[in-house]
Design a protein around this ligand. Structure first.
Ligand code: BGC
Length: 493
């Protein structure tokens, strides 16, 4: 058996057509999530949509006072975008139970069913309540999908490619955002029902995921965890494409044996020895959102209009940032298992910090609350800086925010712990979605300094508290990572 540089065994595996199909199909869960991130900001700017459901907001929009930073500050409008994340927050705990008791595969199936229902109800909405029900159904879909897909991907990936495989989730998130931006660009010209198309098209990835979830394999860990040991071994053979999987399966069985001693994973999660992965999982998500990324993802067209672009130019600029987001995620897929997690995160902190400070400074000096917007040249510089910022997020905190919490918990607390990570992500996504436009209105250019201060703190966090998990088999994380770390080992027995 080969050994990784970290001293971990590399088990036999082939990359078969079947396993690649499993990865891609499951990753469609990311596409659903991304599509929703990208679609709602645009839809809330459609006049047809506002006139039908939020006539007061539309009225206000027409008579908005001309303050560069405050044009779009409206709680109700922000609530349409953000409410989904509240539903996802609550449902991720139910999803964790489903993941443990039913398995990862049925949980993915449930996610797609909710998402499909959400797409149908939203596209057909005649009244505000239907719109809200649609948002809740979407949200439950996101909660179940974001809980099950990253764990599924981490568990079926061979250890030496785990980072890259897991990042497929994020890659599909970014593709979903880009598709949504393009769809909105097209449907904004279809009156009066373009918004129905935007919301309803979410059904396509949901349908693919639904069919895919019937084909993919359950993870060997989940089968073993539920006492189906023979099936688990057969699944591992099929996934790895080789017959001799004994050593790897032995490791999985041992981890599951330990896990079976734990009857109440949530209680166990509150114990001292579970703190290290729990704190890391939660902080990764808080920090991921405090990079400020969703200020850009939700509101890029608004932001670009704020600095002075016209409607079409700002939509185009958002498509460009969307492309940069997708492209840079490939860098991460390539680098994560070679350079490791920490180097990517640290490099990105430096790049994001510089970009945010530069954007803040340009806006502070050149964009006053009233009066003219930026010159063409400066506005272009802002777009370039936003692209460089998105680029570094896309190869670091974006994918690793999901990867690290999915690979650091031992199996007995994995789905419960990951549920905390997912719900924290949803909570902070909700807060940013709900608050950004108001913060922009009140803090003006200082909002960018606010995010850069967080990025500075994140850098310190990586240096002092984040262990490297590259190449460590997922089921021996406790021994190899937490018990060796100068700070976290104090929490372990
Ligand atoms: C984050 C999202 C974000 C997206 C951008 C994801 O990892 O969780 O909140 O919008 O990356 O690509």
């Amino acid at each position: 058996m080969e050994m990784e540089k970290t001293g971990s065994p590399v088990f036999n595996s082939k990359i078969t057509f079947y396993v690649v199909a499993c990865w891609i199909l499951a990753a469609f869960g990311g596409l659903m999530f991304g599509y929703d991130i990208g679609i709602s900001g645009g839809v809330t700017a459609f006049d047809d949509f506002l006139i039908k459901f939020f006539p007061k907001v539309h009225e206000k929009k027409l008579h908005a006072k001309e303050d560069n930073y405050c044009k779009y500050d409206d709680q109700l409008l922000q609530l349409f975008t953000s409410s989904l994340y509240l539903a996802a927050l609550v449902s991720s705990f139910g999803a964790s139970k489903a993941c443990t008791k039913l398995g990862r595969k049925p949980t993915i199936l449930i996610a797609s069913a909710f998402f499909l229902a959400g797409a149908i109800v939203s596209a057909a909405a005649q009244a505000k309540w239907m719109l809200i029900v649609g948002r809740i159904l979407f949200g439950v879909g996101v909660g179940f999908g974001n809980e099950s897909v990253p764990v599924f991907l981490s568990e079926i990936a061979p250890v030496q490619h785990r980072g890259a495989v897991n990042i497929l989730f994020q890659l599909f998130v970014t593709i979903g955002i880009l598709i949504a931006n393009l769809v909105n660009y097209g449907t904004s010209k279809i009156h009066p029902h373009g918004w129905r198309l935007s919301l309803g098209l979410a059904g396509i990835p949901a349908l693919i995921l639904l069919l895919g979830s019937l084909v993919i394999s359950e993870t060997p860990t989940s089968l073993a965890e539920r006492g189906k040991e023979q099936k688990g071994k057969a699944a591992l053979k099929k996934i790895r494409g080789v017959d001799n999987v004994d050593a790897e399966y032995q490791q999985i069985l041992m981890a599951c044996e330990e896990a079976k001693q734990v009857k109440h994973p949530f209680k166990k999660l509150m114990k001292r020895e579970s703190r290290p992965p729990l704190i890391i999982g939660i902080l990764m998500q808080v920090f991921q959102q405090f990079t400020g990324i969703n200020a850009i993802m939700f509101y890029a067209p608004v932001l670009f209009q704020t600095v002075g672009f016209k409607n079409d130019a700002s939509l185009l600029s958002s498509v460009i940032t969307g492309l940069v987001n997708v492209g840079s995620t490939f860098v991460s897929i390539y680098a994560v298992d070679k350079l490791g997690r920490r180097k990517l995160l640290l490099q990105a902190c430096v790049q994001m910090f510089i970009c945010q400070v530069a954007i803040g400074s340009i806006l502070h000096v050149h964009l006053k609350a009233t009066g003219s917007t930026l010159s063409k040249g400066l506005a272009a510089v802002v777009v370039v800086l936003v692209c460089m910022y998105v680029m570094s997020f896309a190869w670091s905190w974006g994918p690793l925010g999901w990867l690290i919490p999915s690979e650091t918990f031992p199996v007995e607390t994995r789905t419960a712990g990951f549920a905390f990570a997912v719900s924290t992500n949803m909570l902070f996504t909700f807060l940013i979605a709900q608050a950004f436009l108001s913060m922009l209105c009140h803090m003006k250019a200082f909002i960018f300094f606010f995010f850069s201060a967080w990025i500075f703190v994140m850098g310190l966090f990586v240096v002092f508290l984040l262990p490297e998990t590259k190449g460590v088999p997922i089921d021996v994380m406790n021994e190899r990572v937490w018990k060796q770390h100068p700070v976290w080992r104090k929490f372990m027995d």
